[in-house]
Design a protein around this ligand. Structure first.
Ligand code: NAG
Ligand code: NAG
Ligand code: NAG
Ligand code: NAG
Length: 645
């Protein structure tokens, strides 16, 4: 039995063009679903409509007001799923099993149907569905009740399929302006909150909306359901507020400018695809950790929720989802990655070293339901011997994984920036890096020129340099929605992918050599080169000036210039390979040196040549207009500070 169950929640407050795009992708998705996948449909604008799919010749709709918070009981009552006279007692474990089953079934046959039974109904329903008809006065935003719509969908799933893996797939085209979850007033002259507003506590709707989504997250987790968010709009829609509900349930998130853009279209399609290219979406996961008694668990950063299972291994200080030894993962897939923080400074160990087992162990027990519906248990047990942390033992040094360390620092920094008021990320990163370099570098005290780093650490400073400049730390270049989106991906992707978000990869293509990795530096730009930048969320093909000229003259079409045609083609093929494997599908930017889109590359490069030192540059290279310190200057400072006594 396949375990695919979806409730689609579609925003109807859109311009006609966007609405046609999203409807057409939605239809395509339904067509991709296996016959027995269960589908439900909720649309919303000023009000929420739950569509009864059990009728094919007549469409039946239940309408909910968008202005007021609505409980699961009220949803059931209005939909006629909960039968008269019986009240669900909160905290009492819901309905009694037998009657509950009966009512769930009636809800299932009316609102959640196998794709094969409702595809026709749903398609004709979508053909007739119009954009929200509620009048929108000039100078105002549409009245959009995203929060209530998601509550209703959660109530529907909670009533019909509690404890069974299911996803709410939200397609949202603008900000919530009505009812709970509102992020902005309807007055268009009132701009959506920025990072500056959040910093200054000048975002009056933010905390209330986050609180609402926090309680929605709790409801979804207790039901075992996932919230996926596909947001497409030019302005922000409230991803920053919804983050808590998406991340705690292990949901997917894709942010794009338009429902017509390939970032949305191709990502959305991937969710419903089967076979080799599928995301391998799993459900109903739990993670339990068991470890030696001298190790304490502080918490997890990543797509999960604490199950509040206390025990002697729980640390007093909490990082992320902590205060527990077990976590719920309503949604997970083959690349889900969690960061677990352990506290090794147990007083027992330091006060009584002789009593401690020379070996430590960590055990991870993961259960989940795979896409075929099978329940699996995976146990990973690790043992190591304790090493004396005062000595620079080889074992300690060789065990350092710099890529993983960089990703963990990025995740922890992001968390601290969100959780700690006035947190200075750059200084905190610098202090930690200096500590690592002082501790593991080799040098003579107070002699910066003598400083060297062991190869197991040698890339770490550069990762930290790029992290300081990345979208995770320099948040002011982005909107809070974008930051939330980047961070959710950072927290859930595997190390290889997360490392590329921090430090993009750059490949150089030229006539005289095979494609080769290039330094992430403005000096890598050359008039006769093509560069391919992969920064995870975007993939940039950048043509040097001469290459662009030849291409504009059409040399690639002339038989005697086959080599040039091949040179032009190679980065395109490589970009397609990256795009094909990735979720969310990255934005592809093709640009030329000095073109306006070139900023997508330049923003990621080390400014070794800026207008401050433009005179010593090689011909054909480029300069970056910035006051940022270059990697070289950064290293010089680092060496000086690391060797200080
Ligand atoms: C979900 O997981 C829990 C704990 O692993 C298990 O007891 C339960 O049977 C699972 N539910 C379903 C519907 O598979
Ligand atoms: C951890 O493992 C030990 C040994 O198997 C067991 O006695 C203990 O109950 C386990 N603890 C947890 C929290 O599962
Ligand atoms: C951990 O849980 C206990 C009991 O539920 C609670 O009293 C305590 O405040 C929690 N600690 C943190 C840091 O959340
Ligand atoms: C991470 O995921 C990508 C696909 O998204 C895969 O190609 C790569 O091998 C994975 N890396 C690790 C270390 O698992």
């Amino acid at each position: 039995m396949l375990s695919l169950r979806f409730v689609f929640v579609l925003d109807t407050c859109m311009i006609e063009e966007e609405f046609e795009y999203v409807k057409s992708e939605f239809k395509r998705a339904i067509g991709l679903l296996p016959e027995n996948a269960m589908v439900g449909f909720v649309s919303f604008g000023t009000q929420v409509q739950v569509h009864e799919l059990g009728f094919s010749d007549m469409s039946k709709v239940y309408v909910f007001r968008g202005t007021k918070e609505i409980s699961k009981d009220q949803v059931m009552e209005q939909l006629g799923i909960g039968v008269a006279g019986r009240r669900n007692v909160p905290g009492a474990g819901g309905y009694q099993q037998q009657k509950g089953m009966h009512m769930q079934n009636s809800g299932v046959t009316r609102f959640l149907l196998p794709a094969s039974d409702c595809e026709f109904t749903l398609n004709s329903l979508l053909d007739e569905l119009q954009t929200d008809q509620w009048p929108v006065a000039p100078g105002t935003r549409a009245s959009r009740c995203t929060g209530v719509a998601l509550s209703v969908a959660a109530g529907l799933l909670g009533a019909c399929l509690p404890g069974t893996g299911a996803r709410i797939v939200a397609l949202v085209g603008g900000p919530c302006t009505e009812g709970p979850g509102t992020i902005i007033s309807k007055d268009l002259s009132d701009p959506v909150r920025s990072h500056k507003d959040l910093d200054k506590d000048a975002a009056p709707y933010f905390k209330k909306a986050v609180k609402f989504y926090d309680s929605l997250a709790k409801q979804l987790v207790s039901q075992g359901h996932v919230l996926d968010l596909f947001a497409s709009a030019l302005d922000q829609v409230g991803v920053a507020e919804m983050k808590v509900a998406v991340e705690r349930t292990g949901g997917l998130v894709v942010l794009s400018e338009s429902f017509g853009h390939s970032v949305f279209k191709d990502s959305f399609k991937r969710v419903f695809e089967n076979g080799e290219h599928s995301l391998g979406l799993c459900f109903n996961g739990t993670l339990e950790i068991n470890c030696s008694k001298d190790i304490k668990i502080q918490g997890i950063i990543g797509p999960c929720t604490s199950m509040e299972k206390k025990g002697p291994s729980v640390a007093d200080t909490v990082i992320g989802e902590g205060n527990t030894t077990a976590w719920k993962m309503c949604g997970l897939d083959k690349s889900t990655c969690l960061t677990v923080f352990f506290d090794l400074s147990s007083s027992e160990k330091s006060s009584n070293p002789g009593a401690v087992n020379p070996q430590l162990y960590l055990q991870f027990l993961t259960t989940y339901q795979n896409p075929e519906g099978l329940m699996l248990l995976r146990v990973t047990t690790i043992t190591r011997s304790w090493v004396d942390s005062a000595a620079n033992s080889e074992e300690l040094v060789q065990g350092f994984d710099q890529e993983t360390a960089a990703v963990v620092m990025a995740r922890l920094t992001s968390l601290k920036m969100e959780a700690e008021e006035g947190f200075d990320a750059t200084r905190w990163l610098d202090r930690n890096l200096i500590r690592v370099c002082s501790r593991f570098g080799e040098y003579r005290k107070d002699d910066p020129t003598s400083f060297t780093l062991n190869s197991f650490f040698s890339f770490f400073p550069q990762f930290m340099f790029n992290l300081r400049r990345s979208q995770f730390v320099q948040v002011f270049n982005n909107s809070p929605d974008e930051t939330a989106y980047f961070r959710m991906s950072l927290n859930r992707e595997n190390i290889t992918n997360a490392a590329v978000m921090i430090q993009p990869s750059l490949i150089s293509y030229s006539f005289n050599s095979l494609p080769q990795p290039a330094l992430l530096d403005v000096a890598s730009i050359g008039a006769d080169r093509i560069l391919l930048l992969d920064s995870y969320f975007s993939v940039v093909i950048f043509h040097g000036m001469t290459i662009a000229q030849w291409r504009n003259l059409g040399y690639q079409n002339q038989p005697e210039h086959q080599a040039f045609a091949q040179l032009l083609q190679a980065p395109k093929d490589d970009a397609q390979m990256i795009i094909h494997d990735r979720f969310p599908v990255p934005r592809l930017v093709v640009c030329d040196q000095h073109g306006s889109q070139a900023r997508f590359l330049l923003a990621k490069l080390n400014p070794s040549a800026t207008y401050n030192n433009a005179n010593d540059m090689a011909a054909g290279s480029d300069i970056i207009f910035t006051d940022d310190v270059s990697l070289q200057v950064f290293f010089e400072h680092l060496q000086r500070l690391a060797v200080q006594s």
